[in-house]
Design a protein around this ligand. Structure first.
Ligand SMILES: Nc1ncnc2c1ncn2[C@@H]1O[C@H](COP(=O)(O)OP(=O)(O)O)[C@@H](O)[C@H]1O
Ligand SMILES: [Mg+2]
Length: 255
């Protein structure tokens, strides 16, 4: 790469990436990710990358902004070989992927899969962050907020009984649409992957979601139903697994 271009890229990134409490952005991102962020900024998909909202083992999520100041959530999947095995299980058996990608391409396909899952869910009217764009290991989506702060996870909100029932009804409705209309299973449904924003619960973290024809779909569905019932029963909602199975319309033999 010519020296001039490298300099320009470095300057642009330093100027546009704000990570409080970190000496340099190099500590947070690997080279490939930095290059990709540079491309996304150059192409005008995002303008700045603000503070981190969440730094998990497999993904980091940042608040970013588009040129017109619209906030976005930028989910960056870590390029990390330890997760290849886990990802492989979900990509194998997904009819959208002819071959299981190898190496870093596996991570890229994970971001693509989350984008595509968000798109079908959003189209079906399920409350999920609207997907905006993806490139390599980076997914850009609608930023969910709550009074100027990132939207809290369901597990962290203190709500009364009536609101808890409302949230459980909403989520059950999403599960019903997901199963019957999208013909998909979330696969990692829990109080950690539901955010509360603008008075609604939103489903997030859908990279592992699969269509019903996937060999693991029924096991994942069973786990989602169990998690749902466990959380809401613990929080005073009178709901049983049978109620959920009935309401969604799952054939009992399937579970
Ligand atoms: N669209 C979004 N808007 C606001 N915050 C988000 C958004 N997506 C994710 N987050 C935040 O990032 C956290 C991690 O995101 P998630 O997709 O669950 O990734 P993972 O659990 O794999 O790290 C969420 O719990 C939430 O706090
Ligand atoms: Mg999560």
């Amino acid at each position: 790469m010519p020296h001039g271009k490298k300099k320009e890229q470095d300057d642009l990134l330093k100027e546009r990436i704000h990570i409080p409490g970190r000496k340099t952005y190099e500590e947070v991102f690997d080279k490939r990710t930095l290059m990709e962020l540079y491309n996304l900024m150059k192409d005008g998909v995002i303008d700045i990358l603000d503070h981190p909202i969440s730094t998990g083992k497999e993904a980091k999520v940042f608040r970013g902004e588009q040129k017109d100041g619209t906030p976005v959530a930028v989910k960056i999947m870590r390029i990390n070989t330890a997760v290849f095995k886990k990802y492989r299980r979900y990509i194998e058996g997904d009819h959208r992927f002819k071959d299981v990608p190898k190496g870093v391409k596996m991570i890229y396909s994970w971001a693509r899969k989350e984008f595509s899952n968000l798109r079908v869910m959003h189209k079906a009217g399920i409350k999920v962050p609207e997907p905006i764009s993806f490139s390599k290991n980076i997914l850009i989506m609608e930023y969910l907020d709550h009074r100027g702060y990132p939207a809290p996870m369901l597990k962290d909100v203190k709500i009364d009984q009536e609101d808890m029932e409302y949230v459980s009804d909403q989520i059950l409705g999403y599960m019903k649409t997901l199963y019957n209309e999208v013909e998909m299973v979330h696969g990692d449904l829990s109080e950690f992957n539901v955010l509360i924003s603008k008075g609604y619960p939103y489903l997030i973290d859908v990279s592992q979601s699969v269509f019903l024809d996937h060999p693991e779909a029924i096991d994942l569905l069973e786990r989602d139903v169990k998690n749902f019932v466990r959380y809401f029963r613990d929080n005073g909602v009178d709901v049983t697994e049978e109620d959920v199975v009935d309401e969604i319309g799952i054939e009992v033999e399937e579970i």
